[in-house]
Design a protein around this ligand. Sequence first.
Ligand code: BG6
Length: 521
Amino acid sequence: MADDAGSMPTTQSELAVRPAGPCAMVIFGAGGDLTKRLVVPALYNLASSGLLPRDFALIGVDAADLTTDQWRQRLAEMMQQSAKGGGEFSADGTNPEVWGMLSGRMTYLRGDFGEAATFTRLADVLAETARAYGTGGNVLFYLAVADRFFGPLTEQLAAAGLVDEQDGARWRRVIVEKPFGHDLASARALNTRLLKILTEQQIYRIDHFLGKETVQSIMAVRFANGFFEPVWNRDHIDHVQITVAETVGVERRGRFYEQTGALRDMVPNHLFQLLTMVAMEPPTGFDPDAVRNRKADVLNAIPPVQPSCAVRGQYGRGQVLDRAVDDYRDEPDVAADSNTETYAALKLEIDTWRWAGVPFYLRTGKAMRKRWTEIAIRFRRAPLSLFRGTDAVNLGPNWLVLQIQPDEGISLQFDVKRPGQGVTLAPVRMSLLYKDWFPAMPNVGYETLIYDCMIGDATLFQRADMVEAGWRIVQPLQEAWAVEKPADFPNYQAGGAGPAAADELLADDDGRGWRPINHNS
Ligand code: BG6
């Protein structure tokens, strides 16, 4: 037990977590990458930690001609491969008992998403599994498919009577993957289309950044401790930097990425989720709308970003870690004269009493120096009068850094007196790594999200208004970048920290500068 004398707090969470109630889960896109790499391993991890419903069935739907055994076999191979390659989901390999239990509840249904017959057969399979496994008629539909299927699939489900909750006698929920639209108009249209069929409470729009443990813990850090909140405002904070740097390029996703680019792919969704966690007011409770209302308030207080407050980039050849990387324009399925950005940086304002005048700088890029995700909060300088005549004027600023990837932790940079004669000051860093305090949990990042959907907790999912607010903020940029061709692409080297122009975004402001990527090394 922690006590006031400062002994080590207990490292084991004592939260009472129970298995979710009875349900079946239907995955559309059962043969896809997302299912194999993330959704099924997450189900395995839930099963292994006793959180999967005891009365559970998993139905995979896809167009490929597979039997249930072949589908199970493919998933099992993927699990083995992943375990060998460093235990992405399970540090000590797959436990045969847990896998046996999970795979024994799987059924594969071959079917075209556009054909009504697929859904009639699905209704039969669901009725059978409800009888065989006692799922109580509750169903979670997971749309792990390309976004063009979101609307039609939901309509087919409705036509087959599969989303009807029969006045609360059972629940039917739909998880919708990213991307939710590609701009404000398409997101609105998709919301309207889905909301004709489903209630908002039935729709779970996923942003997988919210499944990351450290992202969820931002609220705990801010609101469970007495000393952050009093300084968490414009009186004490100079600015905030949010960085999501990736080492990967576009890999096999050239076709998708050409249509998408860094702004759409990362900013209105993942980066804005990080931003709302940092900037939101304390919610009045943990119920989904209490939290989401406060997050929506933040997005609604951000004026649309003008092109003069943003910088885009595209990588040219270089070296990322020990890998030689070609120009983005030489990647498979990428146009030789592509204008798609692989990097975006933005300066945002939040027009509230708490944040007026505090810039939020956001940046994200592919083929960067290091995989590095952090939220860095820079505090205002202390008055220096006491240290006039010393080297204090050269002091580094005070930073609080919430580190999300690759290591999860928190650090605080501040100044101390250097030991010895005279007054010379030096910046030091106090760091905490979560892994030093808590046992590592096998986690692919989807466990919490799937579990929450099963128990009907939408706190970590995006509401219609939040998605639309995100797109509204970036709309002027999307419009400008679509018509103004960048003259200087490629403008950053693979393995670097992004285009030089992004430095100017901050340099104009009171000598601020981006933090180095990979700050701890
Ligand atoms: C996805 C983007 O949503 O997030 C990818 O489409 C990106 O381009 C990925 O690489 C990053 O997620 P993570 O969890 O690997 O940081």
